[in-house]
Design a protein around this ligand. Structure first.
Ligand code: NAP
Length: 286
């Protein structure tokens, strides 16, 4: 039987810490506040933004949902971000994707100061992560690390394979795993003999956006498998990138979808929000 790497319990523990930090901040006169900038009609992105806002409010973090039209211009998006960047009452900014057609994500994200960059979107945050300097990592990548830590998965010296090299998951995760002394291989759509490479892994992380793509042939017997994928089925249910039925009994452990990395991603964003508010409060006190 394959063990379940539950993310919900770990997320509750992180959120309890967040609520405690938010309370302490409020008692000291700082209302931790995040802003989510949303400029899309995409139903998934709207649902995700509202769910972050609800989670933030539930833990004592004020949340401003700033909504622009899905055909907003680059100047309008940039203007909204510049206002949030300059507003001392806003401690963290989440720029929701997709952005309107013609808006350069890299150019507008650059307007987010690193201290407010809760999802590690900016080039500066990415560079700081590579150099091992303090920075907010992309929340999903950090959530994967939190999931592994919550289940006491040893990483130092371990052979870890990450499938997927996106800027939001695969690449930053590789940096975090290296910092944890893992031996890391990153695979992608051009990797030859993917199943052979993946089956070397003691820890396999899959973030490709292909429903049930990874089967038993990709998994070393006993491996710890983290499924980052969230793919919507026609009936509205979510499935991961791993075929859970196929790897059952082969993987030593597998994170469920939903209920694995997802809840920890939200919890990590909230954790970053209170950290950003703490840093701002400390800077204001100097
Ligand atoms: P993405 O930007 O589309 O990147 C997908 C990556 O997978 C690319 O590097 C791509 O390779 C690689 N890939 C695609 N097909 C492949 C194949 N057949 N074999 C090997 N590699 C393949 O996706 P993403 O934003 O990283 O998201 C990945 C998944 O994670 C999605 O299901 C997404 O919904 C999910 N996600 C979940 C959370 C969460 O909180 N749980 C957060 C973010 C994303 P190339 O680079 O060669 O194209």
């Amino acid at each position: 039987m394959t063990r379940e790497l539950d993310g919900r319990a770990a997320a509750r523990a992180v959120r309890a810490q967040v609520a405690e930090s938010a309370r302490t901040l409020r008692e000291a006169g700082t209302a931790p506040t995040v802003a989510i900038l949303l400029a899309t009609d995409d139903g998934g992105a709207q649902w995700y933004s509202r769910s972050i806002a609800r989670a933030a409010e539930a833990e004592g973090i004020d949340c401003r949902l700033v909504t622009l039209a899905s055909d907003a211009s680059q100047a309008q998006v940039a203007d909204a971000l510049a206002q949030l960047a300059a507003d001392d009452a806003v401690h963290g900014i989440i720029l929701q994707t997709p952005l309107p057609p013609g808006v350069s994500a890299a150019e507008v994200a650059a307007l987010i100061p690193p201290r407010k960059d809760l999802d590690g979107m900016t080039a500066l945050s990415a560079g700081q992560l590579v150099l091992g300097q303090p920075a907010f990592a992309p929340a999903t990548a950090e959530a994967t690390m939190r999931l592994l830590a919550a289940h006491d998965v040893p990483l130092a010296g371990a052979e870890v394979v990450v499938i997927g090299r996106s800027a939001v998951v695969g690449k930053p995760l590789a940096q975090l795993l290296l910092a944890a002394d893992a031996t890391v291989t990153v695979c992608h759509s051009r990797t030859r003999e993917l199943a052979t490479v993946a089956a070397r892994a003691e820890v396999l992380v899959v973030a490709i956006g292909r429903p049930r793509f990874v089967g038993a042939e990709h998994v070393r017997p006993g491996a710890i498998v983290v499924d980052v994928g969230t793919n919507a089925e026609p009936n509205g249910s979510l499935v991961g990138d791993v075929d859970a039925a196929a790897v059952d009994g082969v993987a030593g452990a597998l994170s469920p979808v939903p209920g694995g990395v997802g809840p920890l991603t939200t919890a990590t964003l909230l954790h970053h929000a209170v950290e950003a508010a703490q840093l701002a409060a400390a800077a204001a006190a100097r």
